[in-house]
Design a protein around this ligand. Structure first.
Ligand SMILES: C[S@@+](CC[C@H](N)C(=O)[O-])C[C@H]1O[C@@H](n2cnc3c(N)ncnc32)[C@H](O)[C@@H]1O
Length: 255
């Protein structure tokens, strides 16, 4: 089968059939089996086990959320608010998943150090493979547990892309996401906001004077999430849209 033929076959399941065909062909191995998996809605990144994000490539698997182009807005927002690349920032990533956010930031700030937490041991295994000598500690923690911050130090930059899909909307997501990203990376509880409520309660003990918090949010969640944090005495500094003009990142500090 050539590129044209494979592209044609993938048109029904993909918005980027030619790119998908190229990536599957370049990956080698059993091409027929890989095409069958793609026709079954499995994302190319899960089939070939890697995905480009910001300036690097990260290992991905069924145990982690696929790194998303929308989340690159997080990296751009941190760079805008913390322009001195030589500062030795201490960075916390809550729900580190594959590590794509934390590790991209550590690459941008060569003097920085990081901590990534996640509830999923399987996700932490993938993050460990992606760490590649970067100065980061990965710890299993559940941010819904009341004392999860007790043995953590303070941080200059806290980032999080928590699960934020309302439980009832998960079945409406595209099959590429619904069937192949882990539920624990998606499910934000009945209204999608459970993780933000938990974080608004627990983040204060992790902050230095001047610490900044960057939160990824879902479409149309900016008002609700702002409200949760301003009610807990945080100050909203900025809302940053993604490339599709959807408000994607809230920048906050503690008032
Ligand atoms: C939307 S994914 C984000 C992954 C990665 N940071 C990214 O942006 O690609 C959310 C992550 O939060 C983790 N998570 C979900 N519930 C959690 C909890 N209660 N405590 C800690 N981590 C949790 C999931 O395992 C998942 O890796």
């Amino acid at each position: 089968m050539d590129l044209k033929e494979i592209t044609e076959r993938l048109k029904g399941v993909s918005d980027t059939p030619r790119l998908d065909a190229r990536l599957l062909m370049a990956d080698g191995g059993d091409l027929d089996a890989k095409i069958r998996r793609r026709l079954n809605h499995e994302p190319v990144s899960k089939i070939i086990g890697k995905k480009g994000f910001w300036k690097s490539e990260f290992i991905t698997s069924p145990d982690v959320l696929d790194p998303r182009p929308d989340s690159e807005t997080m990296i751009a927002a941190v760079l805008e608010h913390c322009p001195d690349k030589n500062r030795s920032y201490h960075i916390l990533d809550i729900g580190v998943g594959s590590g794509c956010l934390l590790f991209s930031l550590l690459d941008e700030y060569p003097c920085a150090t990081g901590v990534g937490i996640d509830i999923s041991p399987q996700a932490l295994q993938i993050a460990t493979q992606n760490k590649q000598g970067r100065p980061a500690t990965l710890i299993q923690k559940d941010f819904y547990q009341p004392n999860w911050t007790d043995d953590l130090e303070k941080f200059d930059i806290i980032i999080s892309n928590p699960p934020y899909i309302p439980t009832g909307e998960i079945e409406t997501l595209s099959p590429d996401v619904r069937l192949f990203d882990p539920l624990s990376a998606l499910d934000g509880g009945p209204d999608g906001l459970d993780a933000y409520r938990a974080l608004a309660k627990s983040l204060p003990t992790l902050l230095n004077k001047g610490s900044l918090i960057f939160l990824e949010i879902g479409q149309n969640q900016e008002q609700d999430v702002s409200q949760i944090f301003t009610s807990a005495d945080f100050r909203l500094l900025k809302i940053v849209p993604d490339l599709g003009h959807i408000n994607r990142i809230l920048v906050l500090n503690k008032g």
